[in-house]
Design a protein around this ligand. Structure first.
Ligand code: ATP
Ligand code: MG
Length: 202
């Protein structure tokens, strides 16, 4: 793996991003790639707190202009991170009355210059279950059809990000009980299949 990797990892709420990313970072670190994980929304909130905000949900009530400025600042902070691997946990879109709002407009892609995209997918029924059984979070209740639709929108959007940046994307399935499998598929995509064995054998 020559250059540093800045991978943007996306997926709809409850698909298992944070869980799988955490595991992928452990795998990569064990293989000697210093890896850091950053949640885009958390970096935004840290910046908002500097401006006096107390509650994460207050961010959504800010003016569009102020929210944009926060996004830009967060993206610049992430762009400055120098670790060999940076995994960026974020959402591709938010569902609004006006339509799907991109979480990664081209302006932010230009600031962050991601080297890879990973979309995490899962069976709609499993996503619904994960949303329902995760008591640590409040997530929207949706039908399997709605989840399927959101997964399709996600594919279109991640492909668009890939075209705009020239960086490749993979779609990784996060199957029930198979967190390790999903995490090692992410690691594989970022290290070009180097599973650590080659180094040992040479
Ligand atoms: P959000 O976008 O809302 O932050 P997320 O994509 O980060 O959601 P997680 O918080 O990682 O989702 O996972 C949601 C729930 O699903 C958690 O309770 C987690 O333990 C569970 N989960 C994740 N992956 C799997 C899996 N492969 N098998 C079983 N349960 C899983
Ligand atoms: Mg998460």
């Amino acid at each position: 793996m020559g250059e540093n990797k800045r991978a943007i990892i996306v997926g709809i709420p409850g698909v298992g991003k944070t869980t799988v990313i955490t595991r992928a970072a452990e795998i990569l670190s064990n293989r000697g790639y210093k890896t850091s994980v950053v949640v885009f929304g958390t970096v935004m909130f840290e910046e908002a707190k500097k401006q006096g905000l107390k509650d994460r949900d207050e961010m959504r009530k800010m003016s569009v202009e102020d929210q944009r400025r926060l996004q830009d600042t967060a993206a610049r902070r992430i762009a400055e991170m120098k670790d060999p691997v940076v995994l960026i946990d974020t959402h591709l879109f938010i569902n609004t009355r006006e339509g799907y709002y991109p979480g990664l407009p081209v302006r932010l892609l230009e600031i962050m210059r991601p080297t890879n995209f990973v979309m995490i997918a899962a069976d709609p029924g499993e996503i619904i279950n994960r949303r329902r059984t995760d008591s640590t979070r409040q997530r929207d209740v949706a039908s399997p059809e709605e989840i399927q639709h959101e997964l399709e929108i996600s594919k279109v959007m991640v492909a668009s990000c890939s075209i705009l940046t020239g960086s490749p994307f993979v779609i990784v399935m996060n199957r029930e009980g198979k967190i390790d499998e999903a995490a090692s598929n992410i690691a594989k995509a970022l290290t070009g299949g180097d599973d650590g064995e080659r180094k040992k054998n040479e």
